[in-house]
Structure formats: C-alpha cells, structure tokens
Design a protein around this ligand. Sequence first.
Ligand SMILES: CC(C)(COP(=O)(O)OP(=O)(O)OC[C@H]1O[C@@H](n2cnc3c(N)ncnc32)[C@H](O)[C@@H]1OP(=O)(O)O)[C@@H](O)C(=O)NCCC(=O)NCCS
Length: 174
Amino acid sequence: MIIRGEQVALRPMTVAEIPLFYQWATQSDSAPLWYEDGRIPTYEEFTRDWKRYYFDGSEPEKGRCFIILAGNRPVGQVNYNEINRENNSVELDIIIAEDMDKDRGYGTDALKILAGYLLDSMNIRLCWIEPVAGNTRAVKAYEKAGFRTTRKFTAGDVECYHMELRASQQDKQV
Ligand SMILES: CC(C)(COP(=O)(O)OP(=O)(O)OC[C@H]1O[C@@H](n2cnc3c(N)ncnc32)[C@H](O)[C@@H]1OP(=O)(O)O)[C@@H](O)C(=O)NCCC(=O)NCCS
C-alpha cells in the first residue's frame, strides 16, 4: 500500500526497517528534537517502546509506522499510536531525519496524508500531536497541516502545545 500526497508518499514501515528508524531517532540531525531530554535509548529499549505491531500491521488499533518517501527516497517516518475508541481519537508522531529534507513541505504533507487516511478509512474523528512550544518549525508545520493549538501545558520545565485536527467542525464536542 502506498498513499500519495502532493510532495511525498507514505508506505507502511517493515520490521526490516526498524534499525533505520532507530538510526533516525537516535543519530540523525533530528535526534535531539526526538529525544528532547537527551536520554537516548539503547536498541533494546527502543524496540520495547516501539512494539512489533507498529511494523508488521498485526494490531492496527494499537499503532502503525509509515515511511515518508520523497520520490523513492525514505526521508523520515510518521506514525499513529493506540486509538482511543471512546472518542475515536489518536496521537501522531513524526520525524524528518536530516536537515537537508526539512522546510520542503514534506512534514506537512506527510501529516495531511496520514490524518486523511485515519479520518477516511479508520473512523478517526480527532488526531492530536504535542510539540514543544519552542519547536517553532514543528508548530508551523502542524498548523499548515490543519492542526490547531487547543491547550498549553508544561512537561517538567518545558512548555508544550496540545494541537488537534478534527474531522469536521461539527465534531467540536468530541
Ligand atoms: C517538525 C518536522 C516534522 C516538520 O517537517 P518539515 O518537512 O521540516 O516541515 P515543513 O517544510 O512542512 O514546514 C515547516 C515550516 O516551518 C517554517 N520554519 C522553519 N524553521 C522555522 C522556525 N525556526 N520558526 C518558525 N517557522 C520555521 C518553514 O519555513 C516552513 O514554513 P513555510 O512552508 O511556510 O515556509 C521536521 O522538521 C522534523 O522532523 N523536525 C525534527 C523532529 C521534530 O521536531 N519532530 C516533531 C516532534 S513533536
């Protein structure tokens, strides 16, 4: 399955690509923004967090990772986590690995594609994402993808935004 957007395409990540994802998360230009607290996990710790179903599609209600493709080149990953079926909501995460691939619209497009897929095909009504407020590039990209800040909060000493994208304005009461 490949889902095409305007600038990038998404395809499900495979088990064989877990080491690549680990490299992006821990050693790429973006690693310091992915693990903000500087606590870089070992590969074993990483695979305990990122369980196999993210990569083999065995439990789509629990989460799934996708490779972001610019042309045929993998430039990052976007995923959804466990779906809350009480209100059909789900959290998303994203990483564009290297600086040379940032500010080209890839992140915005990848989020639009994944949110569109979740809303259209997985009966999701609300996608959410929580950037650090100081990560202004991420906040801008999420706004361009249609997310709006609905709440601010602090995690430790760090200010963060809770940003939401809803299926429609009619769903405001979710
Ligand atoms: C955040 C991220 C996913 C965004 O993806 P991207 O492909 O770089 O973003 P886009 O190109 O779609 O949009 C970025 C926008 O922010 C703008 N921007 C860049 N640096 C900025 C800054 N310091 N302040 C404000 N805006 C900034 C860009 O100009 C662009 O806007 P424009 O299209 O109007 O010019 C990607 O940069 C990334 O993976 N970063 C590192 C990891 C990370 O932060 N993950 C998110 C954790 S919540």
